[in-house]
Write a protein that binds this ligand. Structure first.
Ligand code: 6PG
Length: 257
């Protein structure tokens, strides 16, 4: 364990086993959170990798998961019309949310269709502030944040060199430009929003991510400004679930953590 970052790495043989392992892990976290605090606050990731997790949860965890006590948020969103196939919300809705008994009022999407996007970011900030008042009063505190990583080291919509990485106060911001396709403006939660979480879980698959995963896991606190994923902190642990190819550039020392 490094000072300030409790990092744990698990390697799975394939994306399918990674998705099953992640589904088991999320279900355990959800049951534990509800037993301890009566609700499970969960931030979903966009991109393609978590789709397997969402589908596994929809298939295998209709029961044995506290859906009615779950509250769902999003780590980032592309500024596209509602229902666009590019929207992170649409992917999560189709793979998971429409198949499980989670109350509609507990799914909080970032409104990518709102113009200007800064309005949508301000609305989400107010929502997070309000919900924090219902919690323990110490600010936004998510039980679990799921994230992915791009080959350039971005995570959520925090891209290398972006001014969003310097945000210290606001929990959600809008970005005019994306650092990666799709080239549309973005809404993203910020480093301080993620840092107040109880746990962060990165899901990463594919050979094209092997190099960046090794660089992020080698980075020492406070992380490398050119590798946004290395700046992610949590009040608890930061876990990495990797498939074998994404883990292929890791040294033995990192794998045993
Ligand atoms: C997005 C993201 C982004 C994503 C990574 C990994 O909206 O694009 O939230 O940060 O998680 O780019 O994406 P893949 O899982 O598709 O590789």
């Amino acid at each position: 364990m490094e000072s300030g970052v409790d990092r744990r790495v698990r390697v799975f043989s394939s994306l399918a086993t990674l998705s099953s392992g992640a589904a088991r892990h999320v279900a355990e976290r959800a049951r534990d959170a509800v037993a301890a605090r009566g609700r499970f606050t969960w931030v979903l990731a966009g991109g393609h990798t978590p789709e397997g997790l969402y589908r596994k949860l929809a298939e295998r965890y209709q029961t044995d998961f506290p859906w009615r006590e779950s509250e769902v948020f999003f780590g980032d969103e592309r500024c596209v019309p509602a229902g666009s196939p590019l929207s992170n919300y649409s992917m999560a809705r189709d793979a998971l949310l429409r198949h499980v008994p989670i109350p509609a009022g507990r799914v909080h999407r970032l409104r990518g269709e709102v113009r200007p996007p800064s309005e949508a970011a301000a609305t989400y900030r107010r929502l997070l502030d309000r919900l924090a008042l219902r919690g323990d009063g110490t600010g936004v505190r998510f039980d679990l944040v799921v994230l992915g990583i791009g080959p350039d080291g971005h995570t959520a919509s925090l891209f290398p060199g972006s001014s969003a990485l310097r945000e210290r106060q606001r929990t959600v911001v809008a970005l005019r430009r994306s650092g990666q396709p799709p080239w549309v403006p973005r809404l993203t939660l910020t480093l301080p929003a993620f840092a107040s979480s109880r746990e962060v879980l990165f899901l990463v698959a594919g050979e094209e991510k092997a190099d960046v995963v090794a660089r992020v896991l080698r980075a020492r606190p406070p992380g490398n400004p050119n590798l946004p994923a290395s700046r992610i902190r949590s009040a608890g642990s930061v876990r990495w679930f990797l498939n074998r190819s994404a883990a292929s550039h890791l040294s033995k020392g990192l794998l045993s953590s």
